[in-house]
Design a protein around this ligand. Structure first.
Ligand code: SAM
Length: 227
């Protein structure tokens, strides 16, 4: 199986329509990162792979300016509607994370929940490098990406090195790259100082993307500060 961005985009359009009514609460660990103040209130944040917009909205509610990107038109539309329905404004754009339409150093902070690993190793590396490129010097990024300790590592159809397309559940057909810790650390350390890196076992039962296999899901959570 080949990795094709357009096919992946269509699969996400479909998954997001199916799941659109669920799960508007922010993830607790990401909410905690935001509460700690990644930038001065009024600072500019970027949500990479905003999905239905729950984290963009939560960040706006805390008083930050927000830009959000997703490569799915469904996601972009839903996020715009959610933000506007709650009386906020955000710049929500359709773009792929591996080629962000922003200037270097434009954002004070960025975050990405369960997105950066959706692709091949090459897309993952480009997405991390892009996320850090658009941060100002000293800006922070919070990321949540899959780990090779996840029970789904190695299952489904192999698409490339450490990359598999699931064959069941709501993310069937969608590619997942599972970085090793060494790969992730090497990549982040090229551009930033790692302030937190931990593996978390995720009880996804309340999550919109829940599938029984997720009961043994494992992710890396990281915070890194740009040099
Ligand atoms: C599991 S959902 C997470 C959504 C959101 N971050 C959240 O936590 O609610 C993954 C999202 O990543 C988006 N995505 C996948 N690959 C992408 C890419 N190459 N560029 C931008 N967004 C992408 C999908 O469209 C989807 O909205």
């Amino acid at each position: 199986m080949m990795f094709e961005l357009n096919t992946q985009r269509s699969l996400w359009d479909h998954a997001l329509v199916t799941l659109a009514e669920k799960d508007c609460e922010p993830e607790p660990d990401l909410a905690a990162f935001l509460r700690q103040g990644p930038a001065k209130i009024g600072g500019h944040g970027l949500d990479i792979g905003c999905g239905l917009g729950r984290h963009t909205l939560a960040t706006l509610r805390m008083g930050y300016e927000m830009t959000a990107v997703d490569f799915s038109e469904v996601a972009v539309q839903r996020t715009r509607e959610l933000v506007q329905s709650k009386g906020f404004n955000a710049d929500v754009r359709c773009a792929s994370m591996h080629n962000l339409p922003f200037n270097d150093g434009q954002f004070d902070f960025a975050f990405s929940w369960c997105v950066l690993n959706h692709g091949t190793r090459k897309i993952f590396e480009q997405a991390i490098s892009e996320a850090i490129r658009v941060l100002c010097s000293g800006g922070v990024i919070f990321g949540f990406v899959m780990s090779q300790h996840d029970s789904r590592f190695g299952s489904g159809r192999r698409v490339g090195e450490d990359c598999f397309a699931f064959t069941e559940g709501p993310e069937s057909g969608i590619c997942h790259y599972f970085p090793s810790e060494r790969n992730l650390v090497n990549l982040l350390e090229r551009f930033s100082v790692i302030e937190r890196l931990k593996e978390v076992f995720f009880d996804g039962s309340e999550n919109a993307f829940y599938h029984p296999e997720m009961s043994r899901s494992c992710h890396f959570e990281f915070i890194a500060r740009k040099h």
